[in-house]
Design a protein around this ligand. Structure first.
Ligand code: CUA
Length: 173
């Protein structure tokens, strides 16, 4: 008999015991993994605490401009000192984030992020924070920065030839 002979047909026969055992193990694993997937979304601190609202790029641009005009650091080029308790706004556009935010350590902030033109990403380098910046939606990320320093904001969605140089800054003081 050739080693390439097809296996014996037998799909109509009852499962042998070893096959039943494996099917049971696979079923249990599927249920457990599904439960972990759902539980992960509900429990724990791994999710970015966030809210969102719909906004056109033009409306969001006006919100950013009003916010920048109100809290701009005098003499600076687009640096904004955000008073504690006040929401912050940041626009992602090809290929920059503006304005630069100055936050106070230990205070809770919501940073609203949206995009002017195409889909961008918003991620703070070396921090566990990573969201999308999409035109038409503002995404509010709640953070409480605890360590003073200068944090690099980078874009993590490919958005054109300037993508790899698209950065912004958050200063915690
Ligand atoms: Cu913006 Cu990549």
């Amino acid at each position: 008999m050739s080693s390439l002979a097809p296996p014996e047909y037998g799909w109509w026969k009852p499962f042998p015991r070893d096959e039943k055992v494996w099917l049971t193990i696979i079923l249990i694993a599927a249920v457990v993994l599904s439960a972990i997937t759902i539980g992960w979304a509900l429990v724990g601190k791994q999710n970015v605490p966030a809210a969102s609202y719909k906004v056109t790029p033009a409306e969001f641009e006006k919100q950013v401009a009003d916010f920048t005009a109100r809290y701009q650091v005098p003499g600076s080029a687009g640096e904004v000192r955000v008073p504690p308790g006040q929401d912050a706004y940041m626009m992602a556009s090809m290929w920059t984030f503006s304005p630069t935010l100055r936050l106070t350590a230990g205070q809770a902030y919501t940073i609203w992020i949206s995009a002017k033109d195409v889909l961008h990403g918003f991620s703070i380098a070396d921090q566990n924070l990573n969201v999308m910046a999409a035109p038409g939606h503002a995404y509010g990320v709640r953070i409480t920065p605890d360590k003073p320093g200068s944090y690099l904001v980078v874009c993590n969605e490919y958005c054109g030839v300037g993508h790899q140089a698209m950065t912004g800054k958050i200063i915690v003081e």
